[in-house]
Design a protein around this ligand. Structure first.
Ligand code: ADP
Ligand code: MG
Length: 237
């Protein structure tokens, strides 16, 4: 599902967190929202999700105005940095949760959960509890749970931010592979330029609530559109 963000602004009190953003996200793409802390990345993601309402502008999903649609109507899956799994449920029960809410028949749920556990490379761990998993495995359960209901869009807010560098690196590669398999339109937030470069098809560089530049990793690296982008993307570390 393609996403169009048309002149969207959002303030909290007198502070404008997102300023007149125009953005096209192509169906099936893997897009990074990249910028420093406080640049409005999470707010923009929450606007796409329907967790926040814009003050001005519109959000279109597949060309259709979704500005006033509820989260459920938008058919979107999420994973956040500290996405709490249900601690008292097994991996399998966590993944099945959204399907049970939707009253999917038990046999179908069973098959779908096994398929998802395969997809996130956790086959065989379905009976474990979250406390018996590593941080990286837990985030993969969270991804399987988000994918269970076949969302049209997947939104990830710093999904690997809380993990150590080695696991983060593994999960980046893995997210890339997952996307190649599933092809769901995916928007992920990161403040880590290396992560955006390595994973995304398109990078949206944000600064102070505005979009500074949109392009492929190579375009942004080779032709930064502003001193800000140059300083943020440059080979600094
Ligand atoms: P990022 O994800 O890029 O770090 P955010 O979108 O979370 O940025 O926040 C952008 C700015 O908006 C920050 O200065 C933040 O303090 C402010 N902000 C975000 N959400 C709220 C809120 N619910 N109430 C007040 N201010 C908020
Ligand atoms: Mg954020």
């Amino acid at each position: 599902m393609g996403i169009t963000i048309d002149n969207v602004s959002k303030s909290f009190g007198t502070f404008q967190a997102v300023k007149q953003v125009d953005l096209e996200i192509a169906s099936g793409s893997l897009v990074a929202l990249l910028g420093p802390s406080g640049s409005g990345k999470s707010t923009l993601l929450r606007l796409i999700a329907g967790l926040e309402m814009p003050d001005t502008g519109r959000i279109l999903l597949t060309g259709k105005d979704a500005t006033y649609q509820s989260v459920q109507e938008r058919n979107i899956g999420f994973v956040f940095q500290h996405y709490a799994l249900f601690k008292h449920m097994t991996v399998r029960q966590n993944v099945a949760f959204g399907l049970e809410l939707r009253k999917v028949p038990a046999a179908k749920i069973k098959a779908r959960v096994e398929e998802l556990l395969d997809l996130v490379q956790l086959a065989g761990l379905g009976d474990r509890y979250p406390s018996q998993l590593s941080g990286g495995q837990r985030q993969r359960v969270a991804l399987a749970r988000a994918l269970a209901v076949e969302p049209k869009v997947l939104l990830l807010d710093e999904p690997f931010g809380a993990l150590d560098a080695k696991v983060r690196k593994e999960l980046r590669a893995w997210l890339r592979h997952l996307h190649d398999d599933v092809h769901v339109t995916t928007v992920f937030v990161t403040h880590d330029q290396e992560e955006a470069m390595e994973v995304a098809d398109q990078i949206v560089v944000m600064n102070k609530g505005q979009v500074e530049q949109v392009g492929t990793p190579a375009e942004i690296y080779d032709h930064p559109a502003s001193p800000f982008v140059m300083s943020f993307i440059g080979p600094v570390n």
